[in-house]
Ligand binder design. Structure first.
Ligand SMILES: C[S@@+](CC[C@H](N)C(=O)[O-])C[C@H]1O[C@@H](n2cnc3c(N)ncnc32)[C@H](O)[C@@H]1O
Length: 181
């Protein structure tokens, strides 16, 4: 019988047990990496980068690598309800919507919250992806306070203010509404 175990051995054993117990968790990342590689090489990515570069005032949109990861996670999760804070001109929204379309989730919806009156909310989103886009103008914390967001959400994308207070408040509240799978 072994009486002593180095901490690193214990951690390795625990990792092995988790891996053996939940292969789907590790398989998830293979699928996500495949979807991300697919969209990075796609005409859609090229078109979105062209739209972003042609748009005057696109500074601050989600980067291409993050968009590919968001697309991949959305395809993997297959959510019915996504809530996004910080919709801005819609670079991230376009990739979430593209993933819903590619997964043929015709009844799924993306609720996109944008506070600024000055920005053209969702301007970059291609027309064919718009039917599932639900723009909401205002502060995410106000929508939460007034209980005006879907009571159940499958995915929350935080891309508004990254201040500690805002993240804590908005993310914690949205996490409570998340459906667990
Ligand atoms: C980094 S940009 C979002 C980029 C966007 N996801 C994209 O890829 O096109 C952050 C946006 O969050 C908005 N924002 C900041 N605080 C907010 C709040 N409390 N509620 C809603 N929107 C907010 C800003 O007006 C800004 O347009």
């Amino acid at each position: 019988m072994r009486a002593f175990q180095w901490p690193w051995q214990a951690r390795a054993n625990q990792r092995n047990q988790i891996q053996a117990a939940s292969p789907s968790f590790y398989g998830m990342w293979d699928a996500v990496a495949r979807f991300a590689a697919e969209i990075r090489a796609s005409d859609f990515m090229a078109e979105m980068i062209r739209r972003r570069d042609a748009y005057d005032g696109s500074v601050g949109v989600m980067g291409a690598l993050d968009c590919a990861t968001l697309y991949a996670l959305t395809r993997w999760l297959r959510p019915a309800v996504i809530v996004e804070s910080g919709g801005f001109i819609g670079m991230s929204s376009a990739f979430s919507l593209k993933a819903l379309t590619d997964e043929k989730l015709a009844t799924a919806r993306l609720y996109s919250i944008e506070w600024s009156e000055e920005c053209e909310h969702g301007a970059l989103i291609p027309d064919n992806l718009r039917p599932q886009f639900m723009p909401l103008r205002g502060k995410v914390e106000d929508f939460l306070k007034r209980d005006e967001l879907p009571s159940s959400m499958d995915m929350f994308v935080h891309d508004s203010s990254h201040s500690y207070r805002h993240m804590l408040c908005a993310t914690a509240d949205c996490l409570c509404r998340m459906t667990c799978r």
